[in-house]
Every structure is written in structure tokens, then in C-alpha cells.
Design a protein around this ligand. Structure first.
Ligand code: DP6
Length: 324
């Protein structure tokens, strides 16, 4: 019996400039570029074992057999890996997150980044960072940004080869913290994949896409210069624009809960009072509040005091996906 095995880790990321909508859904070629920060202390660890005798791919997620949809999505992805490596074996895949399931932290970014690295290594391939990022993108768009280290940018690109992420600054470039205020642990009814598919039904999507390059420039520059004021403004603007598209799509996507809005208003007033904080929200109700490291405890404590906040998880900027 031949067993080819590898284990890899990757961090989830929080988008600072959002990916929402594709020009090619199958290849996950995005309608606009995006920028994100890997979340250091949060991690997915994935082991891939190719087995000659296995009849299909089999995924165990956080100790339980994954549901049928997750298994199907993994098989489509593993077919791509098999094609690249020129092999036919199926794989047993074991994936664990060190953050609790159902807290609304999108784990598809770290999941497909870790899987891309472990699966290609186990299949005998040694891909460059760029090649890995492209492959991870086909599993989950945002996963391409969890391959390189620190703060990363996903270049749009209109072909498979031209669309990948690269690091724009290492993790220690700026000691920012993401204080994640958890307001709901419910599983969302419409996930990102379907959301990307209906983005164009919003009359606002075209103008969001047209103005994205300008926000990308401002975000990249403010990050490189550690200019919190301009960073905060562009991160919140971009988040609001994505949620405006979601709310005006058909069907309507309204991910916010009452507590989401309470946090938005609180963060805005704290900033008016001179605190360096800003918010961003992915496809869910939980709010990511970014701030410099020295005020993280104060910010986490203030967030914990807002009615509806169940808990606050704090993460700093993290490194690249790695084989362990
Ligand atoms: C709102 O990468 O989760 O978090 O490619 O279908 O897996 P799929 O979508 P996904 O979309 C992420 C959407 C977002 C914004 C972002 O991360 O840029």
C-alpha cells in the first residue's frame, strides 16, 4: 500500500478591501482586487493522505465527517490537484481549526490555503507561492490571500494565471489587532459562493467595481505608511459599499443583526473621541474591529460591554501557509 502524506497550516484572513462578485465563477476570477490581513493566532491544520485503495475523497472536519456539500466541493478541488500531479489516487483529509466552529470566522480561506499546500505536497508537487495562491483561489477565492504572509493583495487578472495574491507587507510591518466581536454563531443561510453569483443583480455593484482601484490604492498606501486615519476611512467605506451591494441584491442579503449596528455606531463614536479604531464586516453579522496593538485590551473590553456581544476574539497579523 502506498501512502503519500503531508500536513500544512494556514491562517484565515480578514478582508480590508473586499472581494465580492466574479467575472468567472468556476475559476473564481474576481470582479475586483482585494487586500487582507492574515489572522495570526487563528489557524487551520490539514493533513492529506493519498491512498491507493480509497474509492473517493473523504473529509473529516473538526473531528466529524463533513457534510455532502463540503465533500463535493473538496472533490472538485482534489480533481484539480490530481490533474496537476498526474495521479488518480483519492485522499483522506483531516482538517482542524484552532478557533471554535460556528463563531462566524470564515474558515474557507484558511481551509483551502492549508489544503492546497498539503494536497500538492502529498501528491509529490512542489509549487511556488504564486502557483499555490492560484490553486487555493479555485477552492475558495479568499484562500489565495492566505498563502502569502502578512498583509496581502489579490490581483484581479482575467485569466487563471494572472489572478493570485502576493504579500504587500510582512506581519510585523504594522502591529494591528483585529478584535472580533461575536454577535451570532448561527450558520448563514446564503453563503459567499451564492452571494458572489448574485452580486451583479445589485444596481450598485457596477459602481463599486469601477471605484475599487481607487480604494485599493488608498488602502495599500495607508497600510505601507501606517496612516491609521486614512486606513480607517477607506476600510469602513469599502465594507459599507459591499454591504450596500448585498442589501440591494436579488435576493436581498442582510447579514447584520441589531448588535452589528450597535457596534458600528460605537466604533464611529470612539473614533470621533480620538481612539484609533475602525470596523469591517464579512458575509455575516460579526464585526472585526481593527486597532493598534497598544489599545487592544481597552477596545476588547469596550466591545464586551455592548449588549448582544457574546465574546471577543483578538488576533494579530499572521504569516504564510506552511508545511509542518
Ligand atoms: C465577504 O472566498 O468565502 O469574505 O470563493 O465562494 O469561497 P468563495 O467565497 P469567499 O468570499 C469571501 C467574501 C468576503 C470578502 C473577502 O474575503 O474579500
Amino acid at each position: 500500500m502506498t501512502i503519500k502524506k503531508a500536513t500544512a497550516t494556514a491562517h484565515p484572513n480578514i478582508a480590508l478591501i473586499k472581494y465580492w462578485g466574479n467575472i468567472d465563477h468556476e475559476l473564481r476570477l474576481p470582479s475586483n482586487g482585494s487586500i487582507s490581513m492574515n489572522l495570526g493566532c487563528l489557524e487551520t491544520r490539514t493533513t492529506v493522505m493519498f491512498k491507493l485503495e480509497a474509492k473517493s475523497d473523504n473529509l473529516v472536519l473538526n473531528g466529524k465527517a463533513a457534510d455532502l456539500d463540503a465533500q463535493k466541493r473538496i472533490t472538485v478541488f482534489m480533481n484539480r490537484v490530481r490533474e496537476l500531479a498526474g495521479i488518480t489516487d483519492h485522499a483522506h483529509i483531516v482538517s482542524e481549526n484552532n478557533f471554535p466552529a460556528g463563531v462566524g470566522i470564515a474558515s474557507s480561506s484558511s481551509a483551502y490555503a492549508a489544503l492546497s499546500l498539503a494536497a500538492t505536497k502529498a501528491a509529490g508537487l512542489s509549487l511556488s507561492e504564486r502557483e499555490l495562491s492560484r490553486l487555493a483561489r479555485t477552492g475558495s477565492g479568499s484562500a489565495c490571500r492566505s498563502i502569502p504572509e502578512g498583509f496581502t493583495e489579490w490581483i484581479t487578472g482575467d485569466t487563471h494565471n494572472k489572478s493570485y495574491a502576493e504579500s504587500i507587507a510582512p506581519p510585523d510591518h504594522w502591529n494591528l489587532k483585529d478584535c472580533i466581536a461575536i454577535v451570532s454563531q448561527d450558520h448563514k443561510e446564503i453563503g459567499s459562493t451564492q452571494g458572489h453569483e448574485i452580486a451583479e443583480t445589485s444596481p450598485l455593484q457596477a459602481s463599486r467595481i469601477a471605484s475599487a482601484p481607487e480604494r485599493l490604492d488608498i488602502c495599500r498606501q495607508s497600510l505601507l505608511e501606517r496612516d491609521f486615519k486614512s486606513f480607517a476611512e477607506v476600510v469602513e467605506l469599502d465594507c459599507n459599499m459591499m454591504h450596500a451591494v448585498m442589501m440591494t441584491s436579488n435576493p436581498t442579503l442582510l447579514y447584520w443583526e441589531a448588535a452589528t449596528l450597535s457596534i458600528i455606531k460605537a466604533v464611529q463614536s470612539w473614533r470621533m473621541d480620538g481612539l484609533q479604531v475602525c470596523y469591517t464586516i464579512d458575509a455575516g453579522p460579526n464585526v472585526h474591529v481593527l486597532c493598534p496593538n497598544d489599545i487592544r485590551a481597552e477596545v476588547a473590553e469596550k466591545l464586551s460591554g455592548i449588549p448582544g456581544v457574546q465574546k471577543v476574539i483578538t488576533a494579530g497579523s499572521g504569516g504564510r501557509a506552511q508545511i509542518i
